[in-house]
Design a protein around this ligand. Structure first.
Ligand code: C2E
Ligand code: CA
Ligand code: CA
Ligand code: CA
Length: 281
């Protein structure tokens, strides 16, 4: 499951089947990477659709691989999910992201109301210690629970609905906000969505790509905006790259936006500069 990468390095390619040996090696590599602190978190701005001011940042994990360079989640999240290492890795991301938000807030008045979004994987969501992990990360960073939004996907909620609902209510009980990620790509029904204690709907990039030109996408996004209003959930559009997409989504009443137009995933110093109005990213 390795192929020559851009720089002639070998990188993991999840679309290729791994041998048992390669899987075992990747597991060892991931374990070592955690111990050696080779993972890093980048942060992508989420902005207010009207003002473009940054309201939140989404934590996105990277692996600073000693041989293969900076690897995106595509190269290791699925494997970590399969071998269970996603639980300690996800815990590390959560703790790191909370600690980083506390640092930004301490450094800069511009970060006083900044919030953080953290992705959860299916395995993490099923893990019995999740609620304690979340409470611990907030406590140790000295953050109020409302500063944290956890992102989960529809498919994670469909597997065992009753357990999922209990977990969501326990997290909500802490005061944490919950977002449905990649909305529209799963199969959750409206009646189901209505029962869930969800605060935010993140509209998948696939509906955003052609929203400035495709009437069907306009109709779909319009419907989701209405859904958000009816269910009192905030809406975020993902993957906004152009002014035309932004203008259309704003007109449709989407609350927040995320995408390269507003900022790529960036390191903590770049985010600090962005918040202070010193630079764009
Ligand atoms: P996601 O949660 O849907 O995150 C958004 C992805 O879209 C990110 O990719 C981001 O860099 C990319 N993106 C944002 N704006 C644009 C845009 O305007 N154009 C394009 N082409 N792409 C854009 P990334 O960082 O490679 O992450 C991919 C996925 O990996 C994430 O998708 C998420 O599912 C997963 N992931 C990332 N970090 C974590 C983590 O800490 N834990 C877990 N469980 N999953 C993670
Ligand atoms: Ca996400
Ligand atoms: Ca997403
Ligand atoms: Ca997506």
């Amino acid at each position: 499951a390795k192929r020559a990468g851009r720089n002639g390095y070998a990188v993991f390619d999840p679309t290729m089947t791994m041998s048992v040996l390669e899987e075992a090696q990747l597991r060892i590599d991931l374990e070592q990477a955690l111990e050696r602190e080779e993972f890093a978190v980048l942060y992508q701005p989420v902005v207010d659709m009207q003002t473009q001011s940054v309201t939140s940042v989404e934590a996105l994990v990277r692996w600073n691989h000693p041989r293969d360079g900076l690897l995106g989640p595509y190269h290791f999240i699925a494997a970590a999910e399969a071998n269970g290492l996603i639980v300690p890795l996800g815990r590390w991301v959560l703790r790191e992201a909370c600690a980083q938000l506390a640092r930004w807030r301490a450094e800069s008045p511009a970060a006083a109301t900044l919030k953080i979004n953290v992705n959860l994987s299916a395995r993490q969501f099923q893990y019995a210690g999740l609620v304690d992990d979340v409470a611990g990360a907030l406590h140790d960073a000295g953050l109020d629970a409302a500063a944290l939004t956890l992102e989960i996907t529809e498919s994670m909620l469909m597997e065992d609905i009753e357990t999922a609902k209990r977990t969501l209510h326990a997290l909500r009980g802490l005061g944490v906000r919950l977002a449905i990620d990649d909305f529209g790509t799963g199969y959750s029904s409206l009646s189901y969505l209505k029962q869930l204690p969800v605060d935010v709907i993140k509209i998948d990039k696939t509906f955003v790509d052609d929203v400035d030109t495709d009437a069907d996408d306009v109709a779909l996004v319009d419907a989701v905006a209405g859904l958000g209003q009816a269910l009192k959930m905030q809406t975020v559009a993902e993957g906004i790259e152009t002014d035309a997409q932004w203008a259309t989504l704003r007109r449709l009443g989407i609350d927040h936006g995320q995408g390269y137009l507003f900022g790529r995933p960036a390191d903590p110093e770049q985010i600090r500069a962005l918040l202070n109005g010193v630079s764009t990213i």
